[in-house]
Design a protein around this ligand. Sequence first.
Ligand code: CMP
Length: 225
Amino acid sequence: MSTMLSNLDLLRRVPLFSLLTMPQAEVISGAVVKKRFKRGEALVEQGQRSNTLFILLTGRARVMTADSRGREVILATLSQGDYLGEMSIIDNEPHSATVRAEVQTDVLMLGRTEFARCLTENASMSLVVMRGLVKRLRHADRKIESLALLDVYGRVAHALLDFASTDAQGQRVIRDKISRQDLAKMVGASREMVSRVMKDLEERGFIEVLPTGATVLKDRLDALG
Ligand SMILES: Nc1ncnc2c1ncn2[C@@H]1O[C@@H]2COP(=O)(O)O[C@H]2[C@H]1O
């Protein structure tokens, strides 16, 4: 975490908070608290309350939910500039999911009252939060569709296409090695099944796994997802 930057500087670099007027930003920067979470530590726990908005300054965190048997589903991965905890602040219910640091993660924390004040005093900020929620709902709709209508091949293809970014050569690629366990938690299938599907996708030329661990997605994969 940069110790050189003031809370105000840190806040103004976060897209959501860059919408505040300078006087508003000054008030809010006096109310935020910095915190560092270790890898594996939970920022919030599903079913509990924290009355806090968390803004990621560095690192990465995983949004996940689990059933009573401890089976987990990964809903999303958050990174720098993303925020979490807004759902509980907006509807005053416990946290909808557990969010866990995947690597050491630095955050700014803002209390319920201050965040609620930002939303009521700044219409453009409310709109951005709404857009974020709508985007999430669209994504959740696609996920429901894929769970209901696609087989495991289709769901794995969907998840891979979702994750990929386009490199300088215009190839869609996932740079980091993909954990079969994580992929299984994203698509709602067993790790063994996902390993089998990935192997088959590779053998049939839908994907290419490079020696670096990166995965290149071929155009024909779109037909499955
Ligand atoms: N599907 C999702 N995608 C991204 N973030 C989510 C998703 N579901 C929940 N979250 C975040 O995880 C947080 C868990 O606590 P809250 O319910 O307060 O607010 C939630 C959101 O900020």
